[in-house]
Design a protein around this ligand. Structure first.
Ligand code: ZN
Length: 452
């Protein structure tokens, strides 16, 4: 690992920035370093695609105007990796054909929208940036985070790390964020342009906004754009991943990508601007027979905060003395009835989850097996599709593909799957932003493939 870092430093000279503003980390530095070393060992060098990404040129031209290196990142919520083989997404696939495409991108645990979008934005695991679920309790603050309550959830005290749209501003570039979770956080450094979340905004309108930004004069034009797109996730939850409505949503977002690509071509920007297409997690069916009714074993009124219908259940008890009893009761119920979940004390959660060392992670966590949910008899199941399981589960796989001047084509060779903590440094490298050594939980130093 040391050799890998040293080699990258010597070859590319990308490191060494003193830029640290805005970053803070909750978990133990030693643990993060160890985790990085272990994960770096798993990266396999592929001689066919071993070249590093080229450093961006200082300036590019579309024939009439100068452009700084620019990247547009589109995130399709809930777009499972295998959806792309269904024949509904020719525009999305064409990005990978003309650039690079990964077999899949691995989300972070828990495979939920807020933790993963903020992970993609910061390069940090949820246990490092602090958004450990969509809803959680902070024992230090004595308060709940709930993504559905914007006035509360945009308070900067919840949001750690430094998202890429802030890095851009801090290094004298400009950023534009459209509805990306975390983008509305009222942190001291705000994106240059920001569009607030509104579920009724058509995806095509978001593409128009991006093109409008690109039409601004160079000194006002954002170089880093993050766009959140919700349609596929909504259809997957309400109708299921194999439903016609999910297909329809795929067609809709793919058409929007077509609108954006046409707009770039009309402006002579298709070879000037980088386009990154990603998703945050996949989706899987759940049925009443795949429910684990935890109130059959423990009394929910003893719990401090419940997030219903989740593959994982964060357990804190109103009376701390009852925690041990609750843990043992669930564990023995699981063993006795061979139930499809595992219950851990927080220090027992396997290392591969990277889910430890943060006070917001509950002292006891139950994690259901893929396809199963933890729910209560009085709640049942209100949706058809769910996500949030083990980040290594096949159904949770996300997408990554990219085209543009920073992503010369690898031909048909697909990139080895990688974790979404790598995305921050890939974006940063694409537009020439400096990233301090060890500032993220990524291990690839901004490369999509490991140089041999
Ligand atoms: Zn999501």
């Amino acid at each position: 690992m040391v050799c890998l870092y040293l080699l990258s430093f010597l070859l590319l000279g990308q490191r060494g920035s003193n830029h640290t503003a805005g970053r803070f980390l909750f978990n133990q530095q030693d643990s993060r370093t160890l985790s990085r070393q272990l994960r770096a060992k798993n990266i396999v060098c592929n001689p066919k695609i071993s070249r590093p990404l080229p450093l961006p040129p200082k300036v590019l031209s579309n024939g009439t105007h100068d452009f700084d290196p620019t990247v547009i990142v589109l995130s399709f919520d809930g777009l499972r990796a295998d959806y792309l083989s269904r024949g509904h997404t020719p525009n999305i696939l064409s990005v990978g054909t003309s650039g690079v495409v990964a077999e899949y991108m691995q989300p972070s645990f828990p495979t939920l929208t807020f933790p993963n979008h903020y992970t993609m934005g910061t390069g940090l695991f949820p246990s490092s940036h602090g958004i450990v679920a969509n809803m959680f309790y902070d024992p230090t603050l004595g308060e709940d985070f709930n993504y559905r309550i914007p006035d509360k959830s945009w308070d900067p005290k919840w949001w750690g790390g430094e998202p890429i749209w802030e890095t851009a501003v801090l290094q004298n570039q400009r950023s534009g964020v459209i509805m990306w979770p975390g983008g509305e956080s009222l942190r001291p450094v705000r994106p240059t342009y920001h569009v607030r979340y509104k579920s009724s905004t058509p995806v095509a309108e978001k593409m128009d906004t991006v093109l409008t930004w690109l039409d601004r004069p160079r000194e006002e034009r954002p170089t880093v754009m993050n766009v959140y797109i919700s349609e596929v996730d909504t259809a997957g939850h309400n109708y299921g991943p194999d439903s016609r409505r999910c297909q329809k949503a795929l067609v809709e977002v793919d058409n929007a990508v077509g609108i954006l690509m046409d707009g770039l071509r009309q402006r002579g920007l298709d070879k000037v601007v980088n386009l990154l297409l990603v998703s945050d997690h996949g989706m899987s069916y759940v049925t009443p027979t795949q429910s684990i009714y935890y109130d059959d074993y423990i009394d929910p009124s003893e719990l401090l905060l419940e997030e219903s219908l989740q593959p994982h259940l964060a357990i804190r008890t109103k009376d701390p003395k009852r925690l041990d009893h609750i843990y043992k009761t669930l564990k023995s119920a699981q063993e006795k009835h061979n139930l499809q979940f595992k219950v851990y004390r927080s220090h027992e959660i396997p290392e591969r989850y990277n889910y430890a060392h943060h006070p917001r992670i509950a002292p006891v966590v139950a994690i259901a097996e893929p396809g199963f949910v933890m729910t209560r008899r009085d709640m049942g199941i209100a949706v058809v599709g769910v996500h949030g399981w083990d980040h290594e589960a096949e159904e949770m796989r996300a997408i990554f593909m990219a085209s543009g001047p920073s992503f010369p084509s690898h031909g048909p060779e697909r990139l080895q799957p990688f974790e979404n903590v790598e995305l921050y440094e890939i974006i940063a490298r694409t537009v020439g932003l400096q990233v301090e050594e060890g500032a993220t939980d990524g291990v690839r130093n901004g490369y999509v493939s490991r140089p041999c």
